[in-house]
Design a binder for this molecule. Structure first.
Ligand code: NAD
Length: 512
């Protein structure tokens, strides 16, 4: 593998890209918030956090522009802002992808894919801006019309995680803006530069189409800013993406003020590989699902549930493919790299602890688990993706460790496979590889996979934006992006209009 780039070179690459996106890294400079790169593990530059006062001002401004203009701006005109954002994203795809790679450590093709997802959701939202449909229902009363209308909700607080630093923002923001909401964004403290770049592009789009720039506010800071948004009654919807721990902290705070929240939390995703599976296809799906993005996707495959008749052969092939990945761990900017760095020291520590616990629970490490590039970059954490054969679905297997560890379990009957599949607290994404139609249909049925995303002959990760994205159980129940996920960003009013000269009461009630 070629040598890692220097931190200076990475900083230069990120700041050049930021400027091209319309953001000024100097203006955001200060002290208290360090931007880092996991590629070398070193600090890039110091930024000024917004703090409690900044958050207060941002929410007040977002609320004021919501009430003053944005909620009454026709939805197709709001769509125009998002259309322009999509155009700018196309123009700056490489710039934004480069900043994602510098800050989140994603390999080039995955970083570009993340920006493509933003472009796709902008296109979707522009179409949506002319399709915020309500229904008309048959009234039981003569001379009456019964219908529903959808109205903008207010300020949407968006909290995002480090691993999809830009796509998750766009799922929320593109849709919220066409719905007539304004947005206050608290990005991950590990990805402030990507946030400045997105904000810069959106501000350019606003200037180009004459939209008020105050519709979007960005707040650099830690969890205390997120807590402030959770507590603020002016935040009509809090959309928070991150760990189950974060969701457990945020949900009661928002609930205490009877506010609305949308949670996109951790997963513990599994693929079932049946004896009839096309194992070449399954192998590709499993290796990308489990080792792609260095195991740092919410939809990363963390469990492989394979039929005992093919377990040895299939697991051997997975381990062999992992062996080849071993030569392709390193600089995410290098063309040949498939596995970039972990986000930091604590992710690496969690991985080591999980492997130790798995061993204590009877697991056998089949491949991986070692650390790479330590001499070249002692502050960076490059890990070999690991495969561990487990005797049962023990405690550690039921947890999400945000690192590339694939636990292998075996099954005899399909019912047993489903039980293992659903036997974890999380419910984000699941898949089955089978050519048996009964198994495929059962997996997708009411008594099958209990996740928000259920796939057949395709891996657990890499969803398209057209569907609603999200999961059940401890994953939080929220849905974002496509389908009718927009409804979470609006309020529904049921309207009854009486165009008759009488006032009949519903249900035949008589009074006066
Ligand atoms: P994290 O929970 O540490 O942080 C996520 C965000 O929440 C950050 O912006 C952080 O500042 C904020 N935060 C943390 N505690 C908070 C609190 N008490 N109140 C308010 N805000 C708080 O997660 P991470 O390490 O950045 O990301 C990895 C996790 O995110 C994984 O569990 C992954 O599965 C999950 N994730 C889920 C999805 C999804 O769509 N379901 C998508 C991406 C990531």
């Amino acid at each position: 593998m070629p040598a890692l780039p220097t931190t200076e070179r990475l900083l230069e690459r990120a700041t050049d890209a930021l400027r091209r996106c319309g953001a000024d890294p100097d203006a955001a400079g200060g002290a208290g918030h360090t931007a880092r790169t996991p590629i070398t593990g070193e600090p890039l530059l110091e930024l000024a956090p917004h703090g409690a006062d900044g958050a207060e001002r941002a929410v007040a401004t977002a609320e004021s522009v919501f009430r003053g203009t944005w909620r009454d701006t026709p939805a197709p005109e709001r769509g125009n802002l998002v259309r322009r954002l999509g155009e700018l994203l196309r123009e700056h795809k490489r710039d934004l992808a480069d900043i994602v790679t510098v800050e989140a450590g994603k390999i080039g093709s995955e970083a570009a894919g993340e920006v493509q997802e933003m472009i796709d959701v902008c296109d979707f939202a522009v179409g949506l801006s002319r399709q915020l449909y309500g229904r008309t229902m048959a009234s039981e009363r003569p001379g009456h019309r019964l219908m529903e209308t959808w109205h903008p909700l207010g300020v949407v607080g968006v909290i995002t995680a480090f691993n999809f630093p830009v796509a998750v923002w766009s799922w929320n923001t593109a849709v919220a803006l066409v719905c007539g909401d304004t947005v206050v964004w608290k990005p991950s403290e590990q990805a402030p530069l990507t946030a400045l770049a997105c904000h810069g592009l959106l501000m350019r789009a606003a200037a180009d189409v004459g939209a008020p720039p105050e519709v979007h506010q960005v707040l650099l800071g830690g969890r205390e800013i997120g807590e402030q948004l959770a507590d603020d009654p002016r935040v009509a919807l809090l959309s928070a993406t991150g760990s189950v721990r974060m969701g457990r902290e945020v949900a009661p705070r928002v609930a205490a003020r009877l506010g609305r929240y949308l949670l996109e939390l951790g997963g513990n995703n599994a693929a079932v590989v049946a004896p009839s599976a096309d194992t070449d296809l399954a192998l590709q799906g499993v290796v990308f699902g489990a080792a792609g993005t260095a195991g740092q996707r919410c939809t990363t495959q963390r469990r492989l549930i394979v039929h005992e008749d093919i377990a040895e052969d299939f697991t051997g092939r997975v381990a062999e493919a992992y062996g080849k990945l071993g030569d392709r761990i390193g600089d995410p900017f290098a063309e040949d790299t498939l596995v970039g760095p972990l986000i930091g020291e604590s992710a690496h520590r969690s991985m080591g602890q999980a492997l130790q616990t798995a061993a204590d629970e009877g697991g056998r490490l089949l491949t991986g688990g070692g650390r790479r590039l330590e001499p070249e970059a002692p502050a960076a954490y490059y890990a070999e993706p690991a495969v561990v054969r487990m005797p049962r679905q023990s405690g550690i297997v039921r947890e999400e460790t945000f690192a590339p560890i694939l636990y292998v379990l075996t099954y005899r009957t399909f019912e047993e496979a489903l039980e293992l599949h659903n036997g974890v607290p999380q419910g984000l994404s699941g898949s089955v590889f089978t050519r048996d139609q009964r198994e495929a249909e059962l997996f997708l049925s009411a008594s099958g996979c209990d996740c928000g995303i259920a796939n057949v002959n395709i891996g657990t990760s890499g969803a398209e934006i057209g569907g609603a994205f999200g999961g059940e159980k401890a994953t939080g129940g929220g849905r974002e992006s496509g389908s009718d996920a927009w409804r979470a960003y609006m309020r529904r009013a049921t309207n009854t209009v009486n165009y008759s000269t009488r006032l009949p009461l519903a249900q035949g009630v008589s009074f006066l």
